[in-house]
Design a protein around this ligand. Structure first.
Ligand code: CUA
Length: 189
């Protein structure tokens, strides 16, 4: 009477229940790990936000403060690292030619005098928005000497496609020699 190819319905029910439990366990595990990641990043990043939001008055950049023209370019810090200050405006970067040493930690500090710009350095992962009212800060190290272009990558008006600067990465010793005689360095001629 009973067909041997049809499994016993009680066994089927048991198998189904086991599979269901296994999937339920996986689903709960997934939800629990997602919540754990949310809690961890929430607590962790609240103690150390992903980027410091530094504000600045864009209307007085050229009058006083960190971004006055005589303070732009590369500066050697007491710890041996280099800080590079840049102002973006329609349609140029100041300085037009950035001079930095290879193999030295460099902190970029950039801001805009007018509208939203962007900057990227070709053949590197340097890429940032430059917004009026905010200071974009990031750290990087150039491994090798060489020349790069730094175009604006955010449409900022009719002259956008002509807005770019040069980045010259030179030997560390040559750079430090130049730094010994001038407070701020760039390769603007
Ligand atoms: Cu500045 Cu596009």
């Amino acid at each position: 009477m009973s067909n041997p190819t049809v499994p016993d319905p009680h066994t089927s029910a048991k198998v189904a229940a086991t599979v269901e439990r296994r999937w339920a366990f996986l689903a709960v595990l997934l939800i629990a790990s997602t919540i754990a990641v949310v809690i961890f990043t929430g607590l962790h990043w609240s103690a150390m936000p992903p980027s410091r939001v530094e504000t600045i008055d864009p209307t007085t950049l050229n009058v006083s403060g960190e971004f006055i023209e005589s303070n732009l370019g590369s500066a050697v810090e007491p710890d041996g690292s280099v800080t590079l200050r840049i102002v973006a405006q329609q349609y140029s970067f100041t300085p037009q030619c950035l001079l930095v040493p290879a193999g030295v930690p460099i902190t970029f500090r950039a801001t805009s005098a007018d509208v939203v710009h962007g900057l990227l350095v070709t053949h590197t992962n340097i890429n940032s928005m430059v917004e009026p009212g905010y200071i974009s800060t990031f750290r990087t190290t150039f491994a090798q000497t060489g020349d790069h272009l730094m175009p604006c990558h955010e449409y900022c008006g009719t002259g956008h496609q002509g807005m770019w600067a040069h980045v010259k990465v030179i030997d560390k010793n040559a750079f430090m020699q130049m730094a010994a005689t001038s407070r701020r360095i760039s390769c603007v001629k």
